[in-house]
Design a protein around this ligand. Structure first.
Ligand code: ATP
Ligand code: MG
Length: 437
């Protein structure tokens, strides 16, 4: 992409309305634009990151055997009357009516919808287990939308649903998601801590929130220091094998939020206790037959008796993650994208846009990098070097490749690593080899 043609409205000034660093940087980097309170448009740079995150989430859901589908944003109120949640949900639900005065709502989540789909098509214990997910916009009329897309009203969520014949099956599905979440967040460059949330109807640790640490987080976090250095499972994890040991390893160490924190247990940890704040980026939940029973979604068991499937739901805040990653990865100059979600891998900077020989070299680098599958943002604008450097630091691409007249005379270009700030002078060939290798 050529910067001269790209729609990237960066800002020099810090927007006054933004209270936290991710919100400030997203506005300054031209990633989003607010439409109304808690509702945002995603501009090209922001949208690229959002889709990269979505892709990783999809790959990890697919890997555990969860099947992707797509449910609508608008749902009929009657479905929610069946579960009893239509009245219970309160003012967070956006209720609307269509031209025939039928009551509808903009889905804040999809348990009722998926249970309705399930009961329409699945009949036998042989149809179980089933794991289904979609990635869709949700609407929740939050009392205090704030921090940009972190607590929006309209936001993108991955929500998955599991259907199993019994508790043991439900636990297996839960464990698959637990492990997949550890992998997903690690691939996004994040250190996420699973924290026991309120327990399910059968008790035990059947609800976990995944939290990343950030001073600006809305949740108080108390946890064992060693949780912060645990190695997430590798890509070779066997989802059909026994995942309980992995889950046990991650849940053995103390971690709690404000509501569940036990000061005595905290004290017992001594120096190993970390007290900080965090951002919830995912939530997994086992709830048994809470929806299958009232909505009469059942299958015939092996013995001919009717069984209400045991269900779980599993959310990831895909759009919230964009802000969460920035909270975790930035410095005074701007964003530092982990390579896995960076909107472009390389920012190519021409220091003299009106120099023909220099432009020719840049064009060649631009072409060669793209030909090798490297996403490049080529700053070909006729701007001062300082402006280009500041802009490139702000948008946080992992590598900056700087081509200037002086270096070119010596046959070298400069390669800067955004994260560490190290600069290297390299020949064109070595620079290309390094970036495409
Ligand atoms: P919170 O406690 O932050 O309101 P929640 O418990 O309501 O979250 P869930 O219903 O579990 O959230 O939704 C799954 C995920 O969706 C959350 O873990 C979070 O990452 C994301 N999410 C929830 N509400 C919002 C929001 N208002 N804006 C952006 N993302 C959200
Ligand atoms: Mg909420």
């Amino acid at each position: 992409m050529r910067r001269s043609q790209y729609f990237l409205p960066t800002l020099k000034e810090t927007p006054a309305e933004a209270q936290i660093v991710s919100h400030r940087l997203m506005l300054r980097a031209g990633m989003v634009r607010q439409s109304s309170a808690g509702i945002y448009s995603w501009l090209p740079l922001g949208f690229r990151v959002l889709m990269k995150i979505q892709r990783i989430v999809e790959e990890e859901q697919d890997a555990l055997g969860c099947q992707q589908m797509l449910m609508p944003t608008i749902q009929p109120a009657d479905l929610w009357r069946e579960s009893g949640r239509y009245d219970a949900y309160g003012p967070e639900m956006l209720r609307i009516s269509d031209r025939h005065k039928r009551e509808m709502l903009y889905g804040p989540t999809n348990e009722e919808q998926i249970t309705d789909i399930f009961r329409a098509s699945l009949r036998s214990y042989k149809d179980l287990p089933k794991l289904l997910y979609h990635i869709q916009w949700k609407f929740r009329d939050e009392v205090r939308p704030r921090f940009g897309i972190m607590r929006g009203r309209e936001f993108l969520m991955k929500d998955a649903y599991s259907f199993d014949l019994d508790y043991a099956g439900a636990k297996r599905s839960y464990n698959k998601m637990f492990v997949a979440y550890l992998r997903t967040f690690a691939r996004l460059g994040l250190r996420a801590i699973p924290m026991r949330a309120e327990s399910g109807p059968i008790g035990g640790d059947m609800s976990h929130e995944f939290i990343i640490l950030a001073d600006t987080g809305e949740t108080a976090v108390f946890c064992h220091r060693d949780l912060l250095s645990m190695q997430p499972p590798g890509a070779d994890v066997d989802y059909e094998g026994d995942l309980q040991p992995i889950v046990d390893r991650w849940t053995a160490l103390y971690a709690a939020t404000d509501d569940l924190h036990d000061p005595e247990k905290g004290k017992a940890l001594g120096d190993a206790l970390v007290t900080t704040r965090g951002i919830e980026i995912g939530h997994i939940f086992y709830f048994g037959t809470k929806y299958s029973k009232p909505m009469n979604a059942k299958v015939t068991g092996a013995d001919g008796a009717e069984v209400f499937p045991e269900m779980g739901s599993y959310g990831i805040g895909v759009s919230r993650l964009v802000g969460g990653i920035i909270e975790a990865c930035h410095d005074d100059n701007g964003i530092i994208w982990p390579a896995s979600v960076a909107p472009f891998q390389v920012g190519l900077i021409s220091l003299k846009a009106d120099d023909k020989a220099l432009s020719d070299v840049c064009e060649r680098l631009y072409r060669d990098l793209q030909a090798n599958g490297v996403d490049v943002l080529y700053d070909d604008r006729d701007e001062r070097a300082g402006v280009k450097f500041a802009d490139m630091d702000l948008i946080g691409l992992p590598w900056q490749l700087v081509v200037g007249p002086r270096g070119l005379k010596a046959g070298v270009v400069e390669l800067k690593n955004r994260a560490g700030g190290e600069r290297q002078e390299l020949s064109l060939e070595s620079a290309l080899a390094k970036l495409t290798g």
